[in-house]
Design a protein around this ligand. Structure first.
Ligand code: BMA
Length: 814
C-alpha cells in the first residue's frame, strides 16, 4: 500500500453568480470561508455582524482545483481517499468523472482507473450549494418541524453550520478533511475493528477488499504487547477474526478511577504463497487500544455507565464543534480544550449530535486523558426525513463512523440523536407532521442495527432525553436521561432542586464570554448588554431578558456594563454549581450530570464554561469545585439543612468536620463538630442541628462547614437581601516570573472575589476565581501573563471584583 497526500495548495472559484472571481488561492483541508478570508475577500465572519453579509457563500456553487504529480510504481489499483467532503461534491480527474459525495459525515473512496495518468494530473472538486440541495429535498419531501427554520435536516451536514442558539449561520463548502491517493494490489485492509475487554482478551475483526479476480488466500496477523495471532482467509473470503489474549493486561479506566494504559496494536495483511516477494506485506493498520468493559445499567429506570464492573458517576461536559470551520480544530486544540474539561474535573465528554463525528484526535486525546466519550449520531432538534437518499446515507455514515472509532477505549456509548424523541412527543411535532417520517426509523431501527452489527461491544441509547421505551414520555426524571431547560428558559436555577433525576444529560445557564473576548470580536462603543455587537453575539431567544430574569432573584440587574458582565458570570457559576452539587448528592440514584456546554465555536454569550477564544469563564472554576472528587455541600431539605459529603474516590473519606454559624464580622454564633465517614464511591448525609442551621438574622449570618482544606458556605438569604458590608480589604500585587501574585486580605466579608487579568492583557489568565473570604482571611491569586501587568490596575475594579462592589450600600462610587 502506498499513500500520497494531495497538495495543500489548491485554487478556488465560484461556479455561479458571486461577488468574487476566481481563481483564489485555497488550502486543503479547508473551506470556502477560510479561503476567502485568507485571500482578503471577506471580513472576519466572527467579528461584529459580518456574519450577516456572508450568506451568499452557502448559496454559491464552488470548484476546488489542484495539479499533482503521480508516479506509476506498478500497483494495479489507485484510489482517491477522501476523509471528508463538505458536502455535495462531484469529482473529476483530468476531465473524467471519478465520483460524487453527498454526505459530510462519511469517508469516500473512488477507484481512479481510467482517469489517473503518470506525470501531471488535474483534480477538480465541484461543490453544489448546500442550500440548493437541502431546499430541493425539503420541497420534494415536505417540510419538517424543528427548533430552527433552516433546511439542515435535508442534507447530511453538520447541523449547527446553519446557525444555533449559540452559533452563527455560516454554511460552508470544502474539502474539510485530508484527501490523498492509496495505491495497492491484490488486497487491502478495508476495516479493522478490535474489541478489547478488561480480562486482556482482544478480538480483532478484519475485513479486506480484494482486487477483482484476485481470490487467492490471504493472511492477517495481529500483534499487541508481544502477543501475536494469525488468521487465514481462504480463496474468495473477505473477513477474518484474530483472537488474542494478553496476559496481565492492565485495564483502562476513566480518570479518577485508575490509569489509562494503552497498547499498540498492529494488524498486517499478507498474501502467502510461492514466488519471491509474494509474501510481502500488502497493508498495515496501527492503533492504540485499551482493555476495558462497558455496559449500561438500565434496571428500574436507571441510566448508569458501568466500566470494568464499576458503576461510574459521569461528571460530564457537552461538546459542540470547537469552531464553525471544524478543519481548524487540530490535535493541539483538542488537547487544550479537553485538557480544560479534565482540568475542571470532568470524566466524560458528550459529543453532541448537532455537530460532527469528530476527528480521531478527539477520541485519542480522550483515551489518553481517561475522559469517557458519549457519541451522539448526527441528528439534533428537528424531525428528519427518511425518504429520498436519507436512509441510505444515514446507514452508510453510521457504518463508517462506528467502524472508524471502535478501537477507542474512551468511547462508551452511542446515542441516536439530540432531543428529537422529545420534540416528536412533547413539542407538537407529531401533530404537525401529519404522518410524515421524522427519523424514528433511524433511531429505533437503522442505528441500533448498525451498532449491533459493527460494534456489539457498546450500549446504544435511541436518543436523549429518553426514558427507555418508545411509549414513555422521553423527559421523565424517573427514567433514563433528561435535559433540564425550564431552568434558564422560564425558571430560576434554584428549581434544579426540585429534580430527582437518574441522569442529567443537559442543563446549563448562560453568561457572556470574557471581556477580552468581547473586545476582540466587537467594535461596539460603548459596549453595553444591548449594544449592536452584543446583541448579534447573543443567539438565544430573549437571551438577555433571560439573563436578567436569572439575576433578579439572587443579585440585581445592574446598569453599569462591567457590573452586569461580572454578575452574569457569577450567576452562571452559581447555577452550575448548585445543579451539579444537587445531582451528585443523589448518587447512586442519579448517575450523571453533563453540563451544557464545555466550549463555544465563536465569541458569543452562551452556556459555555470556556469561551470562543479559549478563555475560562468563572463558571469553569465553579465547576472544578463542584466536580471535586471529594465534595462537601450543604443541601436544604424539608426538615432543615443537611451536610452531604460525596466521595468519588477509591479510598474511604474520614474527617472531622466543623460547622459554624457566624455573623458577617466572623464572630461564631454557634458551632457543631462531627466525625464524617464516607465509603469509597459513596455519599453520607448528616442533618445539621438547629443551632447552626437556623439563623438568628438571615441577612447577616452564614454557615461555614470545614473539613480539612475543604470548606463550603451556606447563606441564609439571596445576596440581594443580605446586608453585605462595603468591600474592605488590603490587596498587593507583586511581579513573579511569567506574571504576578495578587494577595487579597479581607477586613470584612468578601463574596465571590474574582480577578480578570484579561482586561489588562488578553493573554493573561488566573488560577482561581470566586473566592469568598471571611474577615481576616486571605487568598493569593496567581496570574500568568507574558507581559508585565500594572500592579495598581491588578487590584482595582474592574479587574479585581466582588459581589459587595455592587450590592453593599455605600460601595465605591461608580
Ligand atoms: C439543547 C441543546 C442545544 C441547545 C441548548 C441550549 O436544546 O441540545 O440544542 O443549544 O439546549 O438551548
Amino acid at each position: 500500500m502506498r499513500h500520497q497526500r494531495l497538495p495543500r495548495t489548491w485554487t478556488l472559484r465560484p461556479l455561479t453568480e458571486a461577488p468574487v472571481d476566481g481563481p483564489i488561492p485555497a488550502t486543503v483541508p479547508g473551506c470556502v470561508h477560510t479561503d476567502l478570508l485568507a485571500a482578503g475577500l471577506i471580513p472576519d465572519p466572527y467579528r461584529d455582524d459580518n456574519e450577516t453579509r456572508l450568506g451568499w457563500i452557502g448559496r454559491t456553487d464552488w470548484a476546488y482545483e489542484a495539479v499533482f504529480h503521480w508516479e506509476d510504481t506498478g500497483e494495479r489499483r489507485v484510489d482517491l481517499v477522501c476523509d471528508g467532503l463538505d458536502t455535495i461534491a462531484d469529482i473529476e480527474l483530468n476531465g473524467v468523472p471519478v465520483g460524487s459525495a453527498r454526505n459530510m459525515h462519511r469517508r469516500y473512496r473512488f477507484d481512479l482507473a481510467g482517469a489517473l495518468r503518470p506525470g501531471e494530473n488535474r483534480i477538480t472538486v465541484r461543490f453544489s450549494a448546500p442550500y440548493g440541495y437541502a431546499e430541493h429535498w425539503r420541497a420534494e419531501l415536505g417540510d419538517r418541524p424543528g427548533a430552527y427554520d433552516e433546511p439542515y435536516p435535508f442534507i447530511r451536514k453538520m447541523a449547527c453550520n446553519f446557525g444555533w442558539d449559540w452559533g452563527p449561520t455560516l454554511v460552508t463548502s470544502g474539502i474539510w478533511r485530508p484527501i490523498g491517493l492509496a495505491a495497492w494490489s491484490v488486497a487491502r485492509l478495508a476495516r479493522v475493528r478490535p474489541f478489547a475487554g478488561a480480562a486482556g482478551r482482544v478480538r480483532v475483526h478484519v475485513d479486506v477488499e480484494r482486487e477483482p479476480g484476485r481470490d487467492g488466500p490471504l493472511e492477517v496477523t495481529a500483534e499487541v504487547a508481544g502477543v501475536a495471532g494469525t488468521a487465514v482467509l481462504g480463496p474468495g473470503e473477505s473477513a477474518a477474526v484474530v483472537e488474542l489474549r494478553v496476559p496481565r493486561a492492565r485495564p483502562w479506566w476513566p480518570r479518577g478511577h485508575g490509569e489509562q494504559p494503552r497498547y499498540a496494536l498492529t494488524v498486517a495483511l499478507r498474501a502467502p504463497g510461492p514466488g519471491a516477494g509474494s509474501d510481502a506485506r500488502l497493508d498495515v493498520w496501527r492503533g492504540r487500544i485499551g482493555f476495558r468493559d462497558v455496559h449500561l445499567d438500565t434496571g428500574g429506570g436507571a441510566f448508569t455507565l458501568v466500566v470494568n464492573d464499576r458503576p461510574i458517576f459521569a461528571r460530564g461536559v457537552n461538546w459542540i464543534p470547537d469552531d464553525c470551520f471544524p478543519h481548524r480544530v487540530d490535535r493541539a486544540r483538542y488537547a487544550e480544550r479537553l485538557g480544560q474539561a479534565a482540568g475542571a474535573g470532568a470524566n466524560l465528554v458528550r459529543v453532541w449530535g448537532g455537530g460532527v463525528y469528530e476527528s480521531g484526535d478527539l477520541y485519542d486525546v480522550c483515551d489518553e486523558l481517561g475522559l469517557l466519550v458519549w457519541q451522539d449520531f448526527a441528528f439534533a432538534c428537528a424531525a428528519y426525513p427518511e425518504e429520498g437518499p436519507f436512509t441510505a446515507e444515514v446507514e452508510a455514515e453510521a457504518r463508517d463512523n462506528v467502524a472508524r472509532l471502535v478501537h477507542h477505549p474512551s468511547l462508551v456509548l452511542w446515542c441516536g440523536n439530540n432531543e428529537n424523541l422529545e420534540g416528536y412527543r412533547d413539542w407538537g411535532w407529531r401533530e404537525r407532521l401529519q404522518g410524515r417520517s421524522w427519523g424514528a426509523g433511524f433511531y429505533h431501527d437503522v442505528l441500533p442495527k448498525v451498532v449491533a452489527e459493527v460494534d456489539p461491544s457498546r450500549p446504544y441509547w435511541p436518543g436523549t432525553p429518553y426514558s427507555g421505551a418508545p411509549d414513555l414520555p422521553p423527559n421523565d426524571p424517573a427514567r433514563g436521561t433528561i435535559h433540564i431547560w425550564d431552568v434558564w428558559n422560564r425558571r430560576e436555577y434554584g428549581h434544579y432542586r426540585s429534580y430527582r433525576p437518574r441522569f442529567v444529560a443537559e442543563f446549563g445557564f448562560q453568561a457572556p464570554p470574557a471581556y477580552a473576548t468581547l473586545r476582540r470580536a466587537l467594535s461596539d462603543d460603548p459596549l453595553t448588554p444591548d449594544s449592536p455587537g452584543m446583541r448579534h453575539h447573543q443567539k438565544a431567544i430573549d437571551g438577555n431578558a433571560k439573563l436578567a430574569a436569572g439575576l433578579r432573584p439572587y443579585l440585581t440587574v445592574p446598569e453599569d456594563f462591567d457590573d452586569w458582565h461580572y454578575l452574569c458570570q457569577v450567576n452562571q457559576a452559581r447555577a452550575i454549581r448548585l445543579g451539579v452539587e444537587h445531582f451528585r448528592a443523589q448518587w447512586p440514584r442519579c448517575a450523571g450530570a453533563i453540563v451544557w456546554q464545555l466550549n463555544d465555536c465563536w465569541p458569543v454569550t452562551s452556556w459555555s464554561m470556556v469561551d470562543g477564544d479559549a478563555r475560562r469563564k468563572p463558571a469553569w472554576y465553579a465547576l472544578r469545585r463542584a466536580f471535586d472528587p471529594r465534595l462537601l455541600t450543604v443541601q436544604p431539605r424539608d426538615t432543615g439543612l443537611v451536610l452531604v459529603a460525596v466521595n468519588d474516590t477509591g479510598e474511604p473519606w474520614r474527617t472531622p468536620v466543623r460547622a459554624a454559624r457566624c455573623d458577617f464580622g466572623g464572630t461564631v454564633l454557634a458551632g457543631h463538630g462531627l466525625e464524617l465517614g464516607v465509603p469509597p464511591r459513596g455519599t453520607a448525609e448528616v442533618a445539621l442541628p438547629a443551632a447552626v442551621a437556623d439563623p438568628g438574622d438571615a441577612r447577616r449570618e452564614l454557615l461555614a462547614v470545614t473539613a480539612g482544606d475543604r470548606r463550603c458556605l451556606w447563606f441564609f438569604a439571596p445576596d440581594k437581601d443580605l446586608e453585605l458590608p462595603a468591600p474592605d480589604f488590603a490587596a498587593v500585587a507583586e511581579p513573579v516570573p511569567d506574571g504576578a501574585r495578587v494577595t487579597v486580605t479581607a477586613r470584612g466579608l468578601l463574596v465571590d472575589l474574582a480577578l480578570f487579568p484579561d482586561r489588562l492583557d488578553p493573554a493573561a489568565e488566573v488560577d482561581e476565581q470566586l473566592v469568598t473570604l471571611l474577615p481576616g482571611e486571605s487568598v493569593t491569586f496567581l496570574v500568568r501573563s507574558p507581559a508585565p501587568l500594572d500592579p495598581e490596575a491588578l487590584v482595582a475594579r474592574p479587574v479585581l471584583r466582588c459581589v459587595n462592589d455592587v450590592l453593599a450600600p455605600g460601595g465605591p462610587p461608580r
